[in-house]
Design a protein around this ligand. Structure first.
Ligand SMILES: *Cc1c(COP(=O)(O)O)cnc(C)c1O
Length: 429
């Protein structure tokens, strides 16, 4: 009882702090630029599906009724270069890349397939592909598949599932036989953030390329692909980029690498003369060669409203708010949730993590649906982890306090002694 009362007092104090933080928040006005949250619900799952911008439904209505319904074939031609137009917008707003270096097409898995194969093509004579064991399953499956298909060896480095990849481990694994290193910049599980420039230095010193998966980084942390000399990247757009379910994924290739790398899916959208219907494939010299077929226009146009919001706010401010929100949440969790059985399962240093926090709990698999019952929406990640991603443009500090209040209530109803599962990652790891 005393612990609970103590919690109530601490929550009251946190609520007062949150009111001040919200009042001083320069990004607070962006909350009204999103579709309203249904009454009583709290979302801390921006890392799996970003919130709906208020402008998106009307834009889609206009495109469906006006362009598709009324203008038909005239509209069709305006959609031909949509993957490049939206790509240029992403390049400028969230990637720190140059025009002509990004397209938005296919899903992350397919783009990863295309670029892993293209990287092998660009580094003939090298026989090894480096991946890590913490990457998202699709990344490991796709890269292993491409390596097998091309008769290359897969070298898997161990990433600490909570602290992230140790760069000394990476350095030891990259030699002159490595064609490409495939890594996630922000771990989908722990939130650990790698230093992009340092990874480039390690790989480039051996002549290897780096292919980044930016799925949990783009829209969450500031990226400077051009300034850090990034080779290639892919990433999901429906998470922190809030482009909507089913929006295709981004694909980046540095300008000078484009003409010397060929991707393996030779479709008409990548042809030098797409509409000439030539009998042979001849890849376009530009980023277009990484396209394959007809873009899903409705899903692609839905990416723009959130890019408008991110451009208006600026990624520096978005990252600053994200750090403030996760810092506040980590502090409240330490005081109020850790004593109830939660254990931090990601880097403690804010410099070394992306836009989400991860905690381990012996009954996380039951906890996440119980939190949803309490109308607090978070993500489960395997094994036994709860992932909390407060979206900077649509989350108030007051929402963080409310989330912690509900989380604590749900946690205290769990019997910590019942059904305790051991963490397969343990403490020592
Ligand atoms: C979300 C995510 C994906 C998604 O892949 P799709 O093919 O777009 O479904 C891929 N990789 C990582 C690291 C992700 O977080």
């Amino acid at each position: 009882m005393r612990a609970l009362n103590g919690g109530a007092a601490a929550l009251g104090k946190a609520a007062r702090r949150a009111r001040r933080l919200d009042a001083d928040d320069p990004l607070a006005p962006f909350l009204d630029r999103f579709a309203p949250v249904p009454e009583g619900q709290v979302f801390l799952n921006g890392g799996s599906l970003g919130r709906l911008p208020a402008a998106t439904p009307a834009l889609l209505e206009r495109v469906v009724r006006g362009d598709w319904g009324d203008r038909l074939a005239q509209a069709r031609t305006q959609w031909l270069d949509l993957p490049q137009r939206i790509g240029d917008r992403m390049a400028e707003t969230v990637l720190g890349a140059r025009p002509g270096e990004v397209v938005v097409s296919d899903c992350t898995s397919v783009n990863l397939y295309k670029l892993t194969a293209a990287a092998l093509d660009a580094r003939p004579g090298r026989h090894t592909v480096v991946v890590d064991d913490d990457n998202f399953p699709t990344d490991r499956y796709v890269v292993a598949g491409v390596a097998a298909e091309h008769g290359r060896a897969l070298r898997t480095v161990h990433t600490h599932p909570e602290d992230g990849l140790d760069l000394a481990t990476l350095r030891a694994a990259v030699d002159e036989d490595v064609a490409v290193v495939v890594l996630s910049l922000v771990s989908h599980r722990s939130g650990a953030l790698l230093d992009m420039a340092q990874v480039h230095e390690i790989a480039h010193a051996q002549g290897a390329l780096v292919l980044w998966d930016l799925s949990h980084a783009v829209g969450a942390v500031e990226l400077q692909l051009a300034a850090t000399g990034a080779d290639m990247a892919v990433g999901a757009t429906y998470k922190h980029l809030m482009a909507g379910p089913g929006c295709p994924a981004l694909l980046y290739v540095r300008r000078d690498l484009q003409s010397c790398t060929v991707q393996p899916v030779h479709g008409w959208y990548g042809h030098r003369e797409q509409l000439a219907m030539r009998p042979e494939y001849d890849p376009d010299p530009t980023i277009r060669r990484f396209l394959t077929g007809t873009p899903p226009a409705l899903s692609l146009v839905a990416a723009e409203p959130a890019l408008d919001l991110l451009a208006e706010a600026g990624m520096a401010a978005v990252r600053a708010k994200s750090r403030a929100l996760t810092g506040f949440l980590a502090e409240l969790a330490e005081a109020m949730l850790v004593p109830c059985g939660l254990r931090p399962a990601g880097p403690a240093d804010p410099e070394r993590r992306g836009g989400h926090l991860t905690y381990w709990h012996p009954q996380a698999g039951k906890l996440v649906p119980a939190l949803a019952e309490a109308e607090l929406f978070v993500d489960y990640t395997h094994p036994g982890r709860v992932r909390l991603s407060p979206a900077p443009l649509s989350t108030r500090f007051a929402d963080v306090v409310e989330a912690v209040r509900r989380f604590r209530e749900v946690l205290t109803a769990f019997d910590p002694a019942a059904g305790v599962a051991a963490d397969p990652y343990g403490r020592a790891l």
